[in-house]
Design a protein around this ligand. Structure first.
Ligand SMILES: Nc1nc2c(c(=O)[nH]1)N[C@H]1C(S)=C(S)[C@@H](COP(=O)(O)O)O[C@H]1N2
Ligand SMILES: [Mo]
Length: 321
């Protein structure tokens, strides 16, 4: 039942240059990075607190539906990018039980009138949760259709009252070297913490989402427990996991993949089939769909969310990639 999710014809990953070096150093086989299911059993999940399970169970409505079959939960939970746990697609699920996300707090500050440190519970208790089914398109040219549970990002951000100097929003992932083995890797090209950012109008767009659940349950660690960003019109790496800090800033903040290779990864990173990655085409994607079905389908501008186009009206998408 092991399924090969990376096709050999296109075994390109953003980090393949690094992986090649890593494989030489460690003698790791490329095959170990390319299959999920069967090669290991699911790691035990850390248990979410009761208040979170209850909150997620109270989710009442679906505001978006991709209109496409859902990716199997098993694939969504076992084929991940979360370099804090290693660079292999199976590493995050394999080492998930080494990380305990509860209790969780988020520090919100910068250009806003109501900064502070807030617990996850306080952050979401005043909001009702909704489920949204979104397409997720990784820059590596694979994609999934995933049901998230959470809150519109803008609704959360407005609680902190951003001021007129808040032109961008910067996000940071937790650093916990003892629980996240990827952060101890001396060869890692990521300067921890993983950081991401959005322009303020992008962050306030109703499609931008903060997820605390997936498939009707609390987020698995490997998918970014307990809270992560989901920006469905951008390449997956913008959707930063396990967020501990949010800052309103007046200048474009640094972002992890752009720092690692600015020629290959821009700040905007909107899904754009018309603009190839320097090392591979973005015209099509490998959809990891229902019942393990994998098919090659055309990619869509803004990942098929044309409602965001007006955010980029005056911008040259080739220049601001
Ligand atoms: N902190 C952190 N967030 C991250 C990543 C990561 O390595 N670290 N990987 C990104 C990439 S490249 C993708 S495609 C998505 C994958 O999300 P998923 O594993 O839930 O499908 O998470 C993004 N968020
Ligand atoms: Mo990705």
């Amino acid at each position: 039942m092991a399924r090969t999710l990376i096709d050999t014809e296109n075994n390109t990953t953003p980090q393949s240059a690094f992986l090649n070096r890593r494989q030489i150093i460690q003698g790791a086989g490329a095959l170990a990075l390319t299959t999920v299911g069967g090669s290991y059993s699911m790691a035990a999940q850390s248990t979410a607190p009761t208040w979170l399970d209850k909150k997620i169970a109270s989710t009442v409505y679906r505001s978006y539906n991709a209109g496409e079959p859902l990716t199997d939960a098993q694939d969504a939970k076992q084929y991940n990018n979360f370099y804090e746990f290693g660079t292999g697609k199976g590493d995050p699920a394999k080492y998930a039980d080494e990380f305990n996300p509860y209790p969780w707090r988020i520090e919100v500050g910068g250009e806003c009138d109501n900064p502070g440190v807030i617990s996850l519970e306080d952050l979401i208790s005043s909001q009702s949760l909704e489920e949204r089914i979104y397409r997720m398109r990784c820059v590596e040219a694979w994609s999934m259709v995933l049901p998230w549970t959470g809150i519109e990002l803008g609704k959360v951000l407005r609680q902190f009252q951003p001021n007129s100097r808040a032109k961008y929003v910067a996000f940071e992932t937790i650093i916990r070297k003892d629980e996240m083995r990827g952060q101890k890797d001396p060869f890692s090209f990521i300067d921890w913490p993983y950081v991401e950012g959005l322009r303020i109008d992008e962050a306030m767009h109703p499609l931008a989402f903060l997820a605390v659940g997936m498939y009707g349950e609390a987020l698995p660690v490997q998918n970014g427990a307990p809270i992560r960003l989901v920006v469905p019109w951008k390449y997956g790496f913008k959707s930063i996991k396990s967020i501990v800090r949010i800052r309103f800033v007046d200048e474009q903040p640094p972002t992890t993949w752009n720092l690692s290779n600015a020629k290959e990864y821009g700040f905007y990173s909107n899904v754009n089939p018309g603009r190839s990655h320097p090392r591979w085409s973005q015209a099509t994607e490998r959809r990891i769909g229902a019942n393990g079905k994998i098919e090659r389908i055309p990619s869509q501008l803004f990942n098929g969310y044309p409602e965001v186009a007006s955010l980029y009206d005056k911008m040259d998408l080739g220049l601001f990639f």
